[in-house]
Design a protein around this ligand. Structure first.
Ligand SMILES: [Zn+2]
Length: 302
């Protein structure tokens, strides 16, 4: 076991982006999708962050036809040395569709990405569950895990789950309204909120493992992060974070902890491990919430 590090020293984090090429791609103008990817790639390169992007390949199609410009965006991620993973074809909810149908969507979701990686001598090796839904019962959960293992995947866990997607929706609204003051206000609130969330999960890690494990942060490919990832990263560095890739994070023995959690919630793996160990759930209290005004701008209730 690694020595427990004092809080604030040697913190590590892997950053993951879901819903490539862009969250809500079907609702966005083409130019916005391009800007999201340019912004993210620019920030990741200038901050030298080894991220992974999880793809929904249905978002590569425009009017039913594979769009070379969108495929090109994935190539840019790969050319930048970033990792790509499968997030299913059409983002189905495992808790609402039959397992067989879900598995077919996994296979359909790997066609373009696997070929793209193979052309660079690499293999598709990570899977992220949509909504972090991993099964309502243990049979389904284990059957899917076995299926994923057989196809060469590792499940990509999340330790810092959050409502960044609500901020992102609000930010898209502010962009649509060309309301720069609102964009600024949302961005400031976003970074503050994320830092509170990071601090919360540092505490959850210490409570469960007596140390801070390498965290895995869930974000999405959206305009908010395209414009403000740099600010977020700056704040994280001030907390002592160094950025590592997902492979390295998963080498930590914490990620081999037993997880037999089943249920409707799409929750952090820290809580899955805690529930599996039958830890008192009062441990989970105090999770930061999203400011009501942000939810109102987004038109989403947390
Ligand atoms: Zn997703």
């Amino acid at each position: 076991m690694p020595l427990a590090s004092a809080p604030g020293e040697d913190r590590q984090m892997a950053i993951t982006f879901d819903d490539l090429p862009a969250q809500r791609a079907q609702a966005l103008p083409e130019e916005r999708i391009l800007k999201v990817n340019e912004g993210l790639l620019e920030a990741l390169a200038s901050e030298q962050i080894p991220a992974i992007g999880f793809v929904n390949e249905n978002k590569l199609y425009v009017d039913g036809v594979l769009d070379p410009a969108r495929v090109r965006l994935l190539e840019l991620w790969s050319e930048a040395g970033l990792e790509l993973g499968n997030h299913t074809f059409s983002h189905p909810d495992l808790h609402r569709v039959p397992l067989g149908e879900f598995m077919q969507d996994v296979i359909r979701g790997e066609q373009v990405t696997a070929a793209l990686l193979a052309s660079r001598g690499r293999a598709l090796q990570y899977f992220r569950h949509p909504f972090l839904h991993t099964g309502l019962d243990l049979d389904t959960k284990l059957a899917l895990e076995e299926f994923l293992t057989r196809r060469g995947y590792r499940v990509a866990p999340v330790t810092i789950d959050n409502s960044e997607w609500i901020f992102a929706r609000a930010y898209d609204e502010a962009l649509d309204q060309r309301d720069v003051a609102l964009q600024d206000r949302l961005a400031g609130e976003y970074v503050d909120y994320m830092m509170r969330m990071v601090e919360f999960y540092e505490g959850q890690s210490r409570a469960l493992f007596d140390r801070e494990i390498p965290q895995i942060l869930l974000l999405h490919a959206n305009a908010l992060n395209a414009d403000y990832l740099g600010e977020l990263v700056k704040s994280l560095r001030q907390r002592g974070y160094q950025f590592i890739d997902l492979d390295t994070a998963l080498e930590d023995p914490a990620y081999s902890s037993d997880d037999t959690f089943t249920g409707p919630e799409g929750i952090t793996w820290l809580h899955r491990w805690a529930i599996t160990k039958d830890v008192d759930r009062s441990l989970f209290r105090g999770e930061p919430t999203t400011a009501v005004w942000v939810q109102e701008v987004a038109g989403i209730q947390e």
